[in-house]
Design a binder for this molecule. Sequence first.
Ligand SMILES: *Cc1c(COP(=O)(O)O)cnc(C)c1O
Length: 426
Amino acid sequence: MNYLEIDKHHTWHPYNSLPSKSPILAVKKTKKCKIYLEDGTKLVDGMSSWWSAIHGYNNKKLNKALEKQSKIMPHIMFGGLTHKPAALLTKKLVDLTGLNSVFLCDSGSVGVEVALKTSILYQKAKSKDKFKFLALKNAYHGDTLGAMSVCDKDNSMHSLYGDYLSENIFIETPNLGFESDFNESLKDLEKKLELNHEKIAGFILEPVVQGAGGMRIYNPKYLEKVRELCTKYDILMILDEIATGFGHTGKMFAFQHTNIKPDIIIVGKGLTGGYITMAAMITTKNISDTISNSDIGVLMHGPTFMANPLACSVANASIDLLLNSSWKKRVLKIEKVFKNELEKIKHSKIVRDVRNIGAIGVIELKDDIYSSQLQDFCVKNGVWLRPFGKLFYSIVAYTISKKDLLKITNTMIEAINYIESNYEKD
Ligand SMILES: *Cc1c(COP(=O)(O)O)cnc(C)c1O
């Protein structure tokens, strides 16, 4: 049986047509930072499966956790019942974030939905009808409709959905750069808050790095100002750490580049080390108490597979593995390599900007027409990268060897040179 034929005619891939107009590669197995294709090709992984495989693939300890839990209790409903893996995971998340109340759910987008609902309920519990959210331009918070309503309008093709999507309020993003000035964005925020604060339940943003909406790195001090303003207007500060969480920016969570305490954090992606879909909405005792002690009384949300024991067990093992490793040192080393290597391509005619932080390296191009050619070039040269739009980027597992990392950065540089020389000929 040729399963690629089935795939081609019946299986929808993300952000794609059916059948796909671009090639879909068949993966046979994964190990550490390598992807093995059915045709025998071996690729160095430069994507860590969209920020999730922070330890690399097929990790012995994580496999063991999963196997062990599968023999005890693969799943049990969470309504009225609980179990040790969920409680242990809750405790870990509370300790790591400094917050108090944890809602375990199935994916990042659902975690965002839960955060938005929690914010509205909190405001309602305080007798305030606040149904709008603030979000940053270039934001990405997921693909479900509520999450989409706080995503950048152009990137998420808002207009296709008419008035089905809620209208929210978007503000200018802080300037690019970890140490850059962000006064313009702050002015826009202050203005829009003054005008609209009575309607706004929360301000949702990706701390320090905006991911899929632009791979934009900004000054963490911006978050301190956001904290002050949110407190002033009793607007909840919701940090989407789904991408940045679990060490990607060199801190366990990106907000920890500052000393602020957010009201809500959403984690996902790296939470289970890339094994099983799972996310969590984590909030303060004040917020869960305010909702629970009001007439509303409950958080009306409950996915069927909430707190799945397999996912909780592998998340617990992943967090233990991370904490028992020298992940910070490793991420810093990765950061240095990305910085030194990507710098070399900064002056290419097709490159607008190069930037990096932690395990993230980004080349922003001047045009969005190169992504499929770049991807083809990388695959032909033994590296898995999946550029989108103007963004040619890599997010690596913290366990990657220097050799593999250099293979990724060298291939990125060669790919840019290859494209540049091809376009010169035209
Ligand atoms: C990936 C992502 C999401 C959505 O998570 P899913 O698990 O894909 O639903 C939300 N926010 C950010 C910042 C993300 O990177």
